[in-house]
Design a protein around this ligand. Structure first.
Ligand code: TXA
Ligand code: MG
Length: 322
């Protein structure tokens, strides 16, 4: 990494496609390999909170409060950047996303890189731009290996335990706000802030042009498999799939339902989805990546219940099925 190469590494959320955050040349290789527009900001990963503070222009109380409560862990804090952070990392913005991941392999990498280099690793999720995030090394290989050099590394840490990306909290305004829901829920964030005497702002309305600062994960085409995807309540899903297979008898359809589908038409491959948001979030991307590679003509997921505990899952499904 000190030589400007790419290192794919596991975090507890998803795999990251890392490079030295303080080297513009190394960072430009991330954008090339991912196929991502250069104005989309990257998260900078660090070994601990003190290192993260060192990349901020100043450290807001909200950031301090949330970092103490949840780092290392699945939380990204947006703060004003110090002049050490290149604009290439932040998509030209004066704020930067900082994260201290808990995964032991990520921690070892970050500590080793702090001893030998800048210690700051810029990393988006290790998938091609707009496609499904990777929670296993094999998914990274399938999507990114054509775009990586032989000297780049992929560290295989097995499947990610959380499976959905970190919660992104903007701490640049007076009142912090969640920009991207994640495995760390709204309730937990609000409770931690309240314990510090701070509030949490309501989410921004979901219209395309309100995303300031920009959140590339909030573009509606994100997290999408290449295969067409439907997300529907169970009854509507079964009806529509039956209609589809009647019209396309040769089609291969995969369906993920909470209680299975014992009398599914032939040609429909059915799997049972975990009924709890944690288990579901852990498996979602692996399931989509597997099915996307398996050559199905259509993927169908039963919509999870409209409950707060499913907020991050709903957010990803809404974008994947767009
Ligand atoms: O769990 C995760 O967050 C994973 C692992 C690898 O850490 N990373 C990840 O990175 O999901 P990426 O690039 O796929 O998504 C980063 C999100 C995007 O929504 C991006 O717009 C937002 O963080 N972000 C980063 N820097 C930002 C900034 N300065 N202002 C606003 N949003 C920012
Ligand atoms: Mg991503």
């Amino acid at each position: 990494m000190s030589a400007g190469g790419l290192v794919v590494f596991p975090t507890e959320t998803v795999y990251g496609l890392g490079a030295d955050a303080l080297s513009e040349g190394a960072v430009s290789r991330i954008f090339q390999a991912k196929g991502r527009p250069t104005d989309h900001p990257l998260i900078v990963h660090l070994a601990d909170g003190a290192a993260a503070e060192g990349l901020a222009d100043h450290w807001p109380r909200a950031a301090d409060c949330l970092a103490r409560a949840f780092w290392p862990g699945p939380l990204t804090l947006i703060v004003r950047k110090s002049s050490r952070v290149p604009l290439a990392v932040t998509g030209g913005q004066d704020s930067v996303g900082l994260r201290v991941p808990a995964h032991p392999v990520a921690q070892s990498l970050l500590k080793a890189f702090a001893a030998q280099g800048s210690g700051a690793v810029a990393a988006p999720s290790a998938n091609r731009f707009g496609q499904v995030s990777a929670t296993r090394a094999e998914d990274v290989v399938a999507q990114l290996s054509p775009f990586m050099a032989e000297t780049d590394l992929i560290l295989d840490g097995g499947p990610c335990t959380e499976g959905l990306e970190s919660t992104v909290v903007d701490c640049t305004a007076q009142t912090p706000r969640i920009l991207r829901p994640g495995v760390l829920g709204r309730e937990a964030i609000a409770t931690a802030l309240a314990a510090c005497g701070l509030g949490l702002a309501a989410p921004l309305p979901k219209t395309p042009d309100t995303a300031v600062p920009r959140v590339s994960g909030s573009l509606d085409s994100h997290y999408a498999p290449r295969t067409p995807l439907w997300v529907l309540p169970a009854t509507a899903l079964r009806d529509r799939v039956c209609g589809y297979v009647a019209q396309h008898p040769q089609a291969r359809v995969a369906a993920w339902l909470f209680f299975g589908w014992p009398d599914a038409p032939s040609g429909v491959h059915v799997a049972v989805a975990p009924a709890d948001p944690t288990g579901y979030g852990r498996l979602l991307y692996a399931q989509l990546n597997d099915w996307d590679r398996a050559g199905f003509d259509l993927l169908c997921l039963e919509a999870p219940p409209p409950l707060a505990a499913w907020e991050a899952v709903h957010d990803r499904l809404r974008r994947a099925a767009f």
